[in-house]
Structure formats: structure tokens, C-alpha cells
Design a binder for this molecule. Structure first.
Ligand SMILES: NC(=O)c1ccc[n+]([C@@H]2O[C@H](COP(=O)([O-])OP(=O)(O)OC[C@H]3O[C@@H](n4cnc5c(N)ncnc54)[C@H](OP(=O)(O)O)[C@@H]3O)[C@@H](O)[C@H]2O)c1
Length: 314
């Protein structure tokens, strides 16, 4: 099968499409015929070697964490899905492995694709929307009626976070550049701050949660804009930011956290429920073929994507 993989880590490493053996599902795994995948910044951070310890060095390393497609085979003990089922997932196998014609998935990360989404729209969703959900729910502990500031409202994670925060009943302020103000409103932001024209973190603003998907600010700058019990959540680690680990519930008033989470099919089902009710959609920035995977990564590296960049595999 064809797959896009790297052969080493380093600043000049190129992601290349090549022939690799089709994987065989082990116990508790499914083999997915991938119809679409999508790009997340982690896919161009891994080749640089930033996460070499975490993602190992079993080269060639196939990248791509998101997939939507059809179940081709199931491994021993898998009863929830059968060949032919149409599903989507955020892979937790190796470095994802979804930039490929076939990908292995652990069954606990898989959910049925909502019919309302095309494969491209479904492949856009898992990593970014699960990050949005886990952040708002676990460290964020966002409740109906609370105020949340979402920095990066037009990006992959931010475009889902705005919709989910609105679905949770929060008062949502989105932060983006001038070109994306209308999009942030369309996604459900009650208020929008154009960071190129207005200050973002106004002391006394009284947010219960500041969700900085870009890492554009610091805990010290955020604190005066929070309530006394509020929390600053960042998706990029930095000084003064503690890790918030899967299963953790305790949170300090005024705390600053970096989100760490694990994908589950149950959370993906929760998101699929909002999709089916018409309360969650994917914004597609652009679509690329696997042969243009490097161009897709270059587009992501601009940090100007509006929503998600999709790879059309089939
Ligand atoms: N911890 C985790 O588990 C986790 C999970 C997912 C992602 N991440 C990390 O989170 C970051 C964001 O991921 P993503 O997929 O959302 O990225 P993305 O889609 O590439 O973000 C692009 C967006 O960033 C916005 N942006 C750029 N500079 C901005 C600024 N100063 N203020 C506000 N918005 C700004 C752009 O909007 P404008 O053009 O309007 O500026 C654009 O829409 C990445 O570093 C990624 O690695 C971490």
C-alpha cells in the first residue's frame, strides 16, 4: 500500500509517499481502509524530532492521526465493528499511521461516522475536536452561563472549541484576525476580538476560562482577565504552565495548564451526537492529494489555516 512516512528525525526531514506492507490487525484492532485524513501541527512537529522519545524511531514512521473510512478487517476479540462499517477515529497507534491507504486503529478509539459528514469532514474532526472537548470539559470545567475566551477561534482546534463552548451554554468570546471575524461569529461566538485591532487580555474582563489554542499569551498576562477561580489553558507548553493529565480532576484557582488527553471512541460518539443534531460542523480550509502532502504541511505551517486541512486518500 502507499503511505506517507519519514525515515529519520531532523530539521530537513522530508515526508515521502512510498510503498509499505499493508498492516495486519492484532487483537483489539481494526484495519481501516482510509478515505480521508487531515493535518494537525503535530504531524510537522514529529519529523523535526521534538517528540522523538514519545513516538519512537521505528522507521519508516507513517504520520497522520485522523482518519475516516471503511473497516477492512477486524482483529481477534473485536465485536463492536465489522468489515464494511463506516467509521472515524483519532489514532493512538504509533505516530498515527493514517496518511496511508490502510491504517491500524485500536478499537477503543473508533466511532461510527455520522452520515451528515463526508469522509473529508469526518477526517477533519477527531484530533482537533477531541482536543477542544477535553480542554473545555476537564481542566476547563466549563459550565453553562460561564464566560470563555477562545484564542485562535478560526483554527483547527479553535473552530470546534467555539461551537462546543456554545453548545455547553457558555458565553463565548472568540479571538482571531480581521479576515476570520465573520467565521468566528458564524461558528457561534457571541463576541469577537480582532487581535490586530484590539487588546485581547483586558484586566477585569472576568473570564472563567481562557483557552489559548495558539500559545499566543502567558499565564501572567492572562491572570488579570480571569475570575479569581478561573483557569488559563494552553495547547503549547511554556513557563509557569503545569501539565493537566488524563483522569486529573483537581484544578487550582487561577491555575495555568497544558492539556494532555487520550482519545476515546466514547468522546468521539459524544461529538457525533452534536453533529447529528446540526450543532457541530467541520470547516475545511483546503484539500490535498497524498502526492501533495508536503504542500499540505507547508499550508499548516503558515498558522493561517481556517479550520482544517484535509488529505483525500481515496
Ligand atoms: N496539547 C494538545 O493535545 C494539542 C492538541 C492539538 C493541537 N495542539 C497544538 O495547538 C496549536 C494549535 O493547533 P491547531 O490545529 O488549532 O492549529 P491551526 O489550525 O494551524 O491554527 C491556525 C489558526 O491560528 C490562528 N492564529 C495564528 N496566530 C494567532 C494569534 N496570535 N491569535 C489568535 N489566533 C491566531 C489563525 O487565525 P488568524 O489567521 O485569524 O490569526 C489560524 O486560523 C498547535 O501548536 C498544536 O500543535 C496541541
Amino acid at each position: 500500500m502507499q503511505a506517507a512516512a519519514i525515515d529519520s528525525f531532523g530539521p530537513a526531514v522530508q515526508l515521502r509517499v512510498r510503498d509499505v506492507p499493508r498492516p495486519v490487525p492484532g487483537p483489539g484492532q481494526i484495519l481501516l481502509e482510509v478515505h480521508a485524513s487531515s493535518v494537525n501541527p503535530i504531524d510537522w512537529k514529529i519529523p523535526g524530532g521534538q517528540m522523538a522519545a514519545r513516538y519512537g524511531a521505528a522507521f519508516p514512521l507513517i504520520l497522520g492521526f485522523d482518519a475516516s473510512g471503511r473497516v477492512a478487517e477486524v482483529g481477534h476479540g473485536v465485536t463492536a465493528f465489522a468489515p464494511g462499517d463506516v467509521v472515524f477515529a483519532r489514532s493512538d497507534v504509533g505516530a498515527g499511521g493514517c496518511y496511508a491507504e490502510y491504517a491500524l486503529l485500536n478499537v477503543g478509539t473508533v466511532a461510527r461516522k455520522p452520515a451528515e459528514l463526508s469522509h473529508a469532514e469526518a477526517a477533519a474532526l477527531p484530533l482537533a475536536a477531541l482536543t477542544a472537548l477535553n480542554g473545555l470539559r476537564d481542566p476547563g470545567q466549563l459550565q453553562a452561563g460561564q464566560r470563555v475566551l477562545i484564542i485562535g477561534a478560526a483554527g483547527g482546534v479553535g473552530s470546534y472549541a467555539v461551537q462546543l463552548a456554545r453548545n455547553l451554554g457558555a458565553r463565548v468570546t472568540g479571538v482571531c484576525g480581521t479576515a476570520n471575524v465573520a467565521l468566528a461569529r458564524e461558528l457561534g461566538a457571541h463576541d469577537v476580538i480582532d487581535y490586530s485591532r484590539e487588546p485581547v487580555l483586558v484586566p477585569g474582563a472576568g473570564y472563567d476560562l481562557i483557552y489559548d489554542t495558539i500559545g499566543a499569551h502567558s499565564p501572567a498576562a492572562a491572570r488579570p482577565a480571569l475570575t479569581s477561580n478561573g483557569c488559563y489553558l494552553a495547547l503549547v507548553p511554556g513557563p509557569g504552565i503545569e501539565f493537566f493529565l488524563p483522569g486529573q480532576t483537581a484544578r487550582k484557582a487561577g491555575g495555568a495548564y497544558f492539556l494532555v488527553w487520550s482519545p476515546t471512541g466514547a468522546d468521539l460518539e459524544l461529538l457525533a451526537g452534536w453533529v447529528r443534531k446540526g450543532q457541530l460542523k467541520s470547516i475545511i480550509d483546503s484539500e490535498f492529494s497524498p502526492d501533495d502532502i508536503q504542500a499540505a504541511h507547508r499550508r499548516s505551517q503558515t498558522l493561517r489555516a481556517r479550520g482544517k486541512i484535509v488529505i483525500r486518500v481515496k
